[in-house]
Design a protein around this ligand. Structure first.
Ligand code: ZN
Length: 324
């Protein structure tokens, strides 16, 4: 590992639209999620230990690596109130409002900015504090509170813009990342490793499983020991074989035991252990290059505690920005 990596900070990538209301008033994917995370960041003093980036929209060329152009145009028109375009967004929990396109483009922009900063050697690793989330968004369909697949856009941007040949995406959100799976299926430059509760929303996965995807479903009631077994027996060996040049993380914290939407039993210490092991793998395999992207987590207090546990691990691998 280059010595200079040791002195770089963790980047905190966000944008000015993370507080837009969900078009569905009663949706658990709501502004309080990010508000609570930001409050915990300050309470723990971590805001002074990360380097903050306020990001604009992703380059349209990056978004089109993961999505159909007609779909993105439909999303833009629906956000402007076009009735015909609005009618195309059918999932009951994934409605489009006037701020949706802007917020979704900026969430993806936070991730491409994080990839850029990492590849240009300006940060050690990154956490993207974004909403809306992305991992259910398919190439031409919004679903599960997701419109643009942030992590897929970032991974494909790393491949096409930065010339990486091997990128790994690991996803520990409690829900299967059906959108990410669809977008990267068969892509020789990307490997997807995902652990999730099964059966549970979205109850949809490709058959047969694509060669570049490793699925690790867990039954309701599974806990941190089960997660660790997946990590040690499936993920870490797969990463060692794949030799990624960058590890992207779809960091959903809705497998926490306090979540009402699912039945896994993870605790903060489990997220800490998982994060530490992924950082260890990144150190060995790819000079510590790791970009983590917020996905789900709807019990706001356990979400914020878990996210801070995760971010604290990232920060401990970097250094105070003032020390640059
Ligand atoms: Zn989820």
């Amino acid at each position: 590992m280059p010595v200079s990596c040791q002195r770089l900070p963790t980047g905190w990538f966000t944008h000015d639209r993370v507080d837009v209301p969900n078009p569905l008033a009663e949706a658990p994917e709501r502004p309080e999620r990010l508000d609570t995370i930001e409050n915990h960041l300050i309470a723990l003093g971590l805001d002074e230990r990360v380097k903050r980036f306020e990001c604009g929209s992703a380059p349209i060329g990056a978004v089109l690596l993961a999505h159909d152009g007609a779909y993105i145009e439909r999303l833009r028109l629906a956000s402007e109130g076009d009735a015909h375009a609005l009618a195309a967004f059918c999932e009951p929990d994934t409605k489009v409002g006037p701020d949706t396109f802007d917020a979704a483009m900026k969430s993806a922009g936070a991730v491409t900015s994080a990839v850029d900063a990492l590849m240009e050697g300006r940060i050690r690793n990154a956490f993207c504090a974004v909403r809306p989330p992305g991992h259910h968004a398919a190439r031409a369909e919004a679903r599960g509170f997701c419109y643009i697949n942030n992590v897929a856009v970032g991974a494909l941007w790393a491949v096409h813009h930065h010339g990486l040949r091997r990128v790994a995406i690991v996803d520990f959100d409690v829900h299967h990342c059906d959108g990410t799976e669809e977008i990267i299926a068969g892509n020789p430059a990307v490997r997807l490793l995902n652990v999730y509760q099964w059966p549970l929303y979205p109850n949809r996965q490709l058959t047969p499983t694509p060669e570049n995807v490793v699925m690790s479903p867990l039954p309701a009631g599974a806990d941190g020991a089960d997660l660790e077994e997946v990590l040690e027996t499936v993920w870490l060996p797969a990463l060692e074989v794949w030799q990624p040049e960058l590890i992207m993380v779809s960091a959903g914290f809705d497998a926490h035991c306090e979540e009402q939407l699912a039945q896994l039993k993870m605790k903060e210490t489990d997220y800490a252990r998982l994060t530490r092991r992924l950082l260890d793998a990144a150190d060995v395999l790819c000079s510590g290059r790791l970009v983590s992207v917020l996905e789900g987590g709807y019990s706001v207090h356990s979400l914020a505690r878990s996210a801070m546990t995760h971010v604290n691990m990232l920060v401990m691998r970097g250094q105070h920005p003032a020390g640059e």
